[in-house]
Design a protein around this ligand. Structure first.
Ligand code: BDR
Ligand code: CA
Length: 310
């Protein structure tokens, strides 16, 4: 039986690839996509998610708009990485499929209450505002969540939006703290993993030839590569968000440790840092499976093979 998931997202080119990977994979049943403000404002993330579903030929996918700002801070966006639209690259048609008229947080709560306990996995790949809001508003849903598999944080790699913090956690650290403290089975794909999932010319050309979504995916990676190559001096750019979906399909591609991870919410200097007790020196109870390694060849092979199915 396919595993039921909800993707919580702020597309974003790498979010878009994660959505496509989920839609292409029979191991997963995508119950809905909940959008949040992050890489670009909510109006654009909710639009981009629908563009991606239509590109995949899956306009029946339910897309919900959620929170338009972090719990208690001003929204920080990342147009400098993803472009003005959030999905710069090949220009795709505006979506015609509707946005659902329920709020994303209500959809999360209703779904977790309606489905049997322990059967719905959440895959947040943007700031954690929607998930934390649902947990605050309806704490009864927390023990019903099967697992949360999120992209966020970084430890040995440091941060990408500040020296200490990764973007998704930095944008809404209070929300991240709620999620990391929730005592839900939690898998974290930090920069330590995603910075090893780098595009290369051969990998991008592999995407370009991968069926009907291929040219768009290649144009997205071509677009954000420019920024990342300059920043990191690397040969390619990290494909962050699809790591979460790949983990659900093929967990053996990844290695990590079950450790304690705390979120910094107090210090201006290190706001949004994921303080990961990798060496288990704090004595604090483990709360996350914090990943550190990836079989990058296997990851790109899986991604290319699945995208070609759409
Ligand atoms: C994360 O931030 C966003 O820009 C990407 O979509 C990804 O979710 C990487 O730090
Ligand atoms: Ca994202």
């Amino acid at each position: 039986m396919a595993r039921k998931i909800i993707i919580d997202t702020d597309p974003g080119q790498d979010d878009a690839v994660a959505i496509l990977l989920a839609l292409a994979s029979p191991e997963l049943e995508l119950l809905g996509i909940t959008c949040v403000a992050g890489n670009v404002p909510l109006e654009l993330t909710a639009k981009n998610a629908r563009i991606v579903c239509e590109l995949a030929g899956r306009p029946e996918t339910r897309v919900f708009a959620g929170c338009d700002a972090p719990l208690s801070r001003k929204l920080v966006t990342a147009e400098h990485v993803h472009g003005k639209t959030g999905l710069d690259g090949l220009t795709l048609p505006d979506p015609t499929m509707p946005l659902q008229d329920r709020h994303a947080v209500d959809f999360l709560i209703d779904t977790l209450r309606a489905e049997p306990a322990g059967t719905v996995t959440l895959c947040p790949i943007g700031p954690l505002t929607n998930i934390a809001t649902a947990m605050q508003r309806a704490p009864d849903i927390i023990p019903r969540i099967q697992e949360i598999v999120l992209m966020g944080g970084g430890y040995f790699e440091g941060g990408n939006i500040t020296p200490a913090a990764e973007f998704n956690i930095y944008v809404d650290p209070e929300a991240a703290k709620i999620v990391f403290d929730a005592k839900v089975p939690l898998v974290v794909m930090p920069l330590d993993v995603t910075h090893k999932a780098l595009t290369s010319r051969a990998r991008v050309e592999g995407f370009r030839n991968a069926g009907r979504v291929g040219p768009a995916v290649a144009s997205w990676t071509d677009f954000f590569e420019r920024f990342d190559k300059e920043k990191y001096g690397s040969e390619g750019a990290p494909l962050h968000d699809p790591c979460t979906i790949a983990y659900l399909i093929k967990p053996d591609l990844f290695t990590g440790r079950h450790i304690n991870v705390e979120i910094e919410t107090g210090s201006d200097l290190t706001l949004g840092m994921t303080v990961a007790d990798w060496w288990r020196v704090s004595g604090r109870a483990p709360n996350a499976h914090f990943m550190g390694g990836i079989d990058d060849e296997g990851f790109f092979a899986l991604l290319t093979e699945r995208l070609a199915r759409l």
